[in-house]
Design a protein around this ligand. Structure first.
Ligand code: BDR
Ligand code: CA
Length: 314
């Protein structure tokens, strides 16, 4: 059974990913260990609060949540309120969270936990800017030993950027962190916009969630409806992309996805193309692969597992 830590900046599609993970744990398919939180879609105060609220929704009021970096390694924080709303979770009523915040910073939590773990025993799914993960790997490169795979949502190559013409949001917010993680030597699977734009929340899929007879089904439909409006209009997609659930789904059901092992580097110098990925798809540099770059998904199967997982929740 996969032992999973999610690093996140909730975020509407982050909420879908976290609820999916709680449901997968209930189905006995993963051992969901913790959430580590980072600033991204909104500031850290909101992302940490939202992570705790989402655990309450899942009935996990004592789930371990650790707050981490409040800003990127070198650049100023850029947020995405225009997509996710002022709180980061537009489209649904929020409450004062019951689930506590752990009294330890996310980075030492990651380092301690991984140092105690067996070789290749823990999967990490980063679905926000990579600041926490880059800090942990820089401070304690030895922890790479315990990581089975980093299955992350971020980047783009065949698909245009969504925050600048060149870059995807998570990589643009902290390009230096993305580059550190990609060059770390740890096994990495990347779910870029190239694939997440093929996993959308279409109207029929939204209806499935809405019709599920549980609070979290309609809650998630509310969140995704609000989010869908933005992405559908802006990117001409049929429904908002389920970016972050792709990372969770790929960690647990890799057979739904396909891509290619290749060398990936992230631009950290040029303002024009900051955060853009250079993916050596045809192996022209001769550099060894440092990532599995995913480009295809069976979106029906992925959505089915998302809906089945949400069904397990209150
Ligand atoms: C990524 O950016 C965020 O706004 C989403 O939550 C997702 O992680 C998509 O570019
Ligand atoms: Ca996110």
């Amino acid at each position: 059974k996969i032992r999973l830590i999610i690093d996140t900046d909730p975020g509407q599609d982050d909420a879908a990913a976290i609820l999916m993970a709680h449901g997968l744990a209930k189905r006995g398919l993963i051992d969901f260990m913790a959430l580590t939180v980072v600033a991204g879609n909104v500031g850290l105060h909101h992302t940490a609060n939202n992570a705790r609220i989402i655990c309450d929704w899942a009935g996990q009021t004592d789930f371990p949540v650790y707050a981490g970096a409040g800003k990127p390694l070198l650049r100023e924080l850029i947020t995405a309120e225009e997509v996710h709303g002022k709180t980061g979770l537009d489209g649904v009523a929020l409450h004062e969270p019951v689930c506590p915040l752990q009294p330890v910073h996310a980075v030492p939590y990651l380092i301690d936990t991984l140092r105690k773990a067996d070789d290749a025993s823990i999967t990490i799914c980063p679905i926000g800017p990579l600041t926490n993960i880059a800090q942990a790997l820089s401070l304690a490169p030895d922890i790479g030993r315990a990581i089975k795979n980093i299955v992350l949502m971020g980047g783009n190559y065949f698909e245009a950027g969504n925050i600048t013409p060149a870059a995807e949001f998570n990589f643009y917010v902290d390009p230096h962190a993305a580059q550190i993680v990609l060059q770390s030597g740890v096994p990495i699977t990347v779910l870029p916009l190239d694939v997440t734009h093929k996993a959308t929340i279409t109207t029929p899929r939204m209806d499935v969630l809405r019709k599920q007879a549980n609070a979290n089904g309609s809650r998630l439909a509310g969140i995704l409806q609000s989010y869908e409006r933005f992405d559908t209009q802006k990117f001409g997609l049929e429904g908002g992309p389920l970016h972050d659930p792709c990372a969770i789904a790929c960690a647990v059901f890799p057979e739904f996805f396909s891509g290619r092992d290749c060398h990936v580097a992230v631009e950290t110098q040029s303002e024009l193309t900051m955060g853009a990925c250079v993916v050596d798809w045809w192996g022209t540099t001769g550099k060894p692969a440092n990532a599995h770059w995913v480009t295809e998904v069976n979106a029906n199967k992925m959505f089915h597992e998302l809906a089945e997982s949400i069904k397990q929740l209150p």
